[in-house]
Design a binder for this molecule. Sequence first.
Ligand SMILES: [Mn+2]
Length: 252
Amino acid sequence: MGYYTPSRLGDYLQCPLKYRFAYLDKIKKEGEGIEAFVGTCVHSALERMLVLKKEYGREPSYELAEELYLKAWDESYHPGVIIRRPDLTPEDYKRRGLMMLRNYFEIEAGQEFGRLTDLEKRLNFHLGENSIGGKIDRVHRDGNAIHIIDYKTAKNPMSQSEADSNMQLALYELGIREEFPDIEAVELHWYMLGHSEVVTSIRDEEARMRLFLNRGGNIRTLQIILGHSSLATTEKYLLITDRDVAVAMRGY
Ligand SMILES: [Mn+2]
């Protein structure tokens, strides 16, 4: 029995040693990279802006987002913020965040997701004997469809195939489907704020499960993470077929 979040599982899949250092040995990282700091300020500004919309009917605008972002920046900037690139200053990074907010409005102009139901929605659900937790930036409901939106502030945009095999939002989808069993469609949208692009992924049942097999072999990794003693248990929980396992195991 364990508690996992998509980012923890992502760390494990990226590098088991990283996972060990961070979550088992609990080695604290010194400081905070400024890229992460910018990302936090951008997320916080967008969240506050949409709370004002949802609860007070105030219309979102770039000016409002900028005001909230600069406020978040000033309130939370701290001496532990690390700039690794000698050619860049805090002002450069601050401007980069403003650029992401402009990109946000460009992306947003083309979207119609129906009613905004949740911001920073907390999720907790069971996968096998384990619990998965996480937080979704934004959730909309449009009839029998739910849209899950995640803002990404990373430098490299995600390709369609990376989006289709991404674990984070797929786990969120499992959680959302558990909470709203009547839902027909779940669409996953990533706003690539560094690039003014949106990447959308819609997974059918098979695709949802295939993502766990992500480039072959992760079914074994997941079995280990989830602590299942037999692969059959993992298969059962992930509703995958023998054929998928056979394909995955070919990677070994
Ligand atoms: Mn996000």
